[in-house]
Each structure stands twice: as structure tokens, then as C-alpha cells.
Design a protein around this ligand. Structure first.
Ligand code: HEC
Length: 276
């Protein structure tokens, strides 16, 4: 119940015309059924862009967006792919949110079908998605959970998005920071000292408190870098940096490097405020 009230308050705060509030989702009627071609995303088909436009954006991102997204799961258009494909769920970390090729063992599918091991059926508090919609999502996973529309080609390696994003305040210690790039990353370059999370100490005179992390590029999504702190992040400000040194650099598979030799590059800088 509390969540429904929150959603309602959010919709009022955002005002009409944004089309992001429950029940007004483009491409779906009030029961979450595809309405054909009149919505922004067109009819629902088994490709990522269509699922994003018809389901994740209008229905799920009402709650699953920003620093207060439930379980740190953001399903807005910028972040969703990197948040789900090959990434462990928060509620049951032994199950990936989306396991390419395997809908039965994909936590997100279990959640919309209502038989996940933890918590409620999604969308939370609302009518379940119609079976036809769930089947389309299952089909996309079975087909390999591809991100059909490749991100626009660019010359160098660049950051597309980060969650938490720079300047954002999150209400709990994120299980992992997810940074999305425009090109496929080279897994062989991932060394233990390549990426760090450091606590930003006010008046620290340049002092850096490093948090131990595990860094990975998930199976199924070579565009994403997952940086998991090994300890809970207490309240405070954090910066995630790449420091290319000692022959290790963050590079894409074509050898394009992020930043110059010895340069420290901030991927994102955010604040944890679990106890405001
Ligand atoms: C009204 C708010 C709301 C909406 C809308 C909503 N969710 Fe959720 N979601 C939650 C809350 C709250 C939780 C945590 C509690 C729970 O699991 O019951 C959650 C948890 C989840 C989780 C577990 C994440 C993890 O890593 O453990 C998944 C997956 C999920 N939601 C998917 C979806 C999808 C897909 C949609 C759209 C079809 C959706 N949700 C719509 C509120 C919402």
C-alpha cells in the first residue's frame, strides 16, 4: 500500500503529460496490454527496444528509477540493459536478473510471473502483466537477450551511463556500481587495481580511502562494467575511478583506451545517505 501512495505522489509531483505514470503507459492499455501501433514504441515485439518502450519505461520505471529504485534495480531506458543482463539479483544473488537463453532461471522473469523466491509479483501492487506480454519477454531472453540496436558507433571508448550517476544520492549501499560504455570492453584488461571506489574525505588534503572491490564484465553484456564493493558503503561521498597504470588500461576490444597513460578518470561520483 505504501508504495502505491508513493507512486501516486510521484505522478502528481511530475505533473501530467510525462506519460510515465501507472495506467498511462504508451503502447499499453490500463491492464498492461499492448495497444498496437499507437504508442510511442509500437506493437510489442521480442526485442529489447520494444520491451523497453512498451513495458519497462511506462510500467516499471515509475518505481524502478533513480537513487531510490527498489533493490537498486533501474529500468529506465538509459540504465536498464546494463542493470539486468548478466547481473545478479539483489533479492537472490544466486540468480541473474536476466540469464541470456534461459528465461526460467532469470529472476526478472520469475518476478513478473510471480514465483520468485523473495518478495511480490511485479509490477508491485498492480495487475500482473498479461501472459502475452510475459511470453514476448521470455522469447527475447530465449533468443539471447540481445540489445538489438547497437549503441551509436563512435571513434573512442566513452562512458554512456553510470548508476549511481554523478551527483546522485542513493538511499542504501549499492551492491554494485554499473557503468555502461559505447563499445565492447576487453575483459583481459581487468586487473584488481584497475578500478577503485574511494571515499571522498572532506578536507582530507587529497587523502583517499580505498574500498576493496570486485570488477567484472558480465556474460552477455560486454558493454557494462560491474564494480562491486566488498563491504557496505557507509553514509558519505564516493568516487569510482579508473587509473590506467602498470600496463593495465580500461580498453575496448579494438584497443581504444579510456584516458591517457597514468591518467585517473572518474567514472561516477555519488553520495550514500542511508540514514538521513
Ligand atoms: C509500484 C512500484 C513498482 C513497480 C511499478 C514495479 N516494481 Fe519491481 N519492485 C518494487 C519493489 C518495492 C521491489 C522490492 C520488493 C519486492 O520484491 O517485493 C521490487 C523488486 C523488483 C525486482 C527484484 C530486483 C532484485 O534485483 O532483487 C525485480 C526483478 C523487479 N522488481 C522487476 C519489475 C518489473 C519488470 C516491473 C515492471 C513490469 C516492476 N518491477 C514494476 C516496486 C515496483
Amino acid at each position: 500500500m505504501a508504495h502505491r501512495v508513493l507512486v501516486f505522489a510521484l505522478c502528481v509531483a511530475m505533473g501530467p503529460g510525462l506519460g510515465a505514470c501507472a495506467g498511462s503507459g504508451a503502447g499499453l492499455d490500463s491492464n498492461g496490454r499492448p495497444t498496437g501501433s499507437e504508442g510511442g514504441g509500437g506493437a510489442l515485439t521480442a526485442d529489447f527496444q520494444s520491451i523497453q518502450d512498451n513495458v519497462f519505461t511506462p510500467i516499471c520505471s515509475v518505481c524502478h528509477a533513480g537513487g531510490a529504485a527498489p533493490q537498486g534495480l533501474r529500468l529506465d531506458a538509459v540504465n536498464s540493459y546494463s542493470m539486468i543482463v548478466g547481473v545478479p539479483s539483489t533479492e537472490d544473488p544466486s540468480v541473474l536478473r536476466i540469464k541470456p537463453g534461459n528465461p526460467d532461471n532469470s529472476y526478472l522473469v520469475q518476478k513478473i510471473e510471480g514465483h520468485a523466491s523473495v518478495g511480490a509479483q511485479m509490477p508491485f501492487g498492480g495487475p500482473p502483466l498479461p501472459a502475452a506480454t510475459i511470453n514476448v519477454i521470455r522469447q527475447w531472453v530465449t533468443d539471447g537477450a540481445l540489445q538489438a540496436s547497437a549503441i551509436a558507433p563512435a571513434t573512442g571508448l566513452a562512458i554512456v551511463a553510470a548508476a549511481p550517476a554523478t551527483g546522485e544520492v542513493v538511499l542504501e549501499s549499492p551492491p554494485r556500481v554499473i557503468v555502461t560504455f559505447n563499445r565492447e570492453l576487453d575483459r583481459s584488461q581487468l586487473g584488481p587495481s584497475l578500478v577503485q571506489i574511494e571515499r571522498v574525505v572532506a578536507d582530507g588534503g587529497g587523502m583517499r580511502l580505498e574500498i576493496p572491490v570486485d570488477v567484472a564484465v558480465p556474460t552477455g553484456n560486454p558493454f557494462a562494467l560491474l564494480i562491486a564493493p566488498r563491504v557496505r558503503l557507509g553514509d558519505g561521498r564516493y568516487r569510482v575511478v579508473v587509473s590506467g597504470s602498470a600496463g593495465l588500461h580500461l580498453t575496448d576490444i579494438a584497443g581504444n583506451r579510456l584516458g591517457a597513460e597514468g591518467e585517473r578518470i572518474s567514472l561516477t561520483e555519488f553520495t550514500v545517505e542511508a540514514n538521513p
